[in-house]
Design a protein around this ligand. Structure first.
Ligand SMILES: CC(C)(COP(=O)(O)OP(=O)(O)OC[C@H]1O[C@@H](n2cnc3c(N)ncnc32)[C@H](O)[C@@H]1OP(=O)(O)O)[C@@H](O)C(=O)NCCC(=O)NCCS
Length: 193
């Protein structure tokens, strides 16, 4: 599916394409994470990550379309964003979710597109709740989640929230949206657990 991005400074020919990722996408996933700036790394993992070694990267690439589902956003063939959802070890109907968008492409609506897509697919796969665990300083993610109807609870410098189809604002359809939290320690490390 192709999505035209609402942006002031990109040619209208630039489209983001969303698709499920698989193990063959491991090199692109690694390249996306390795290209992140310090601030994005810190927000993604909840702690400063000056070095992304194999212990961190390998699980992020270990996509199996069951326990770990990943949706990617590509621009002109390059992976520029990814949303991971990983089955909670405590609840088979809950997936923990984490996103990342390459620095030059942030604030262009890609995170919101990824949310919509991963929520839509989760519902279609029978997953009824999506869990989010974010740093208390992550204003972008907090804003994105608020838009999608996720209510975050803050404690100890981090926020947690859960999305379900019921959480979506009225008139908000998964086709145009996304979603949620719970097992506290896992969301910020989705893919690295
Ligand atoms: C969080 C992240 C995925 C959002 O992706 P994105 O493509 O920039 O998001 P969007 O463009 O769809 O914007 C979503 C909302 O966040 C807001 N936003 C984006 N970046 C922001 C920033 N730096 N400060 C404040 N708000 C910001 C947007 O204005 C938008 O809100 P609006 O619809 O009310 O205007 C991206 O910023 C990112 O990869 N950050 C680093 C990694 C990270 O924090 N991952 C989340 C861990 S779960």
């Amino acid at each position: 599916m192709r999505h035209q991005l609402a942006t002031d400074d990109m040619e209208p020919t630039h489209h983001a394409e969303l698709e499920r990722l698989g193990r063959a996408d491991a090199p692109a996933i690694r390249a996306l994470y390795m290209g992140l700036g310090d601030s994005s790394r810190t927000l993604r993992f909840g702690v400063p990550m000056p070095c992304l070694d194999d212990r961190v990267l390998r699980p992020l690439c270990d996509v199996d379309d069951d326990r770990h589902v990943a949706v990617g956003a590509r621009m002109d063939g390059t992976l520029i964003g990814i949303a991971h959802r990983i089955r909670s070890p405590l609840d088979a109907l809950l997936h923990d979710v984490a996103f990342v968008v390459a620095d030059p492409y942030q604030r262009r609506g890609i995170g919101s597109l990824l949310f919509d897509r991963i929520a839509l697919e989760a519902v279609s796969d029978g997953i009824v709740r999506l869990g989010f665990h974010i740093s208390g300083e992550n204003r972008a993610m907090a804003r994105l989640l608020a838009r999608k109807g996720v209510c975050l609870r803050y404690r100890g410098g981090s926020g947690e929230g859960v999305w379900s189809p019921r959480a979506a604002p009225s008139g908000h359809r998964p086709e145009s949206v996304m979603a949620p939290p719970s097992s506290p320690a896992t969301s910020a490390w989705v893919g690295a657990a």
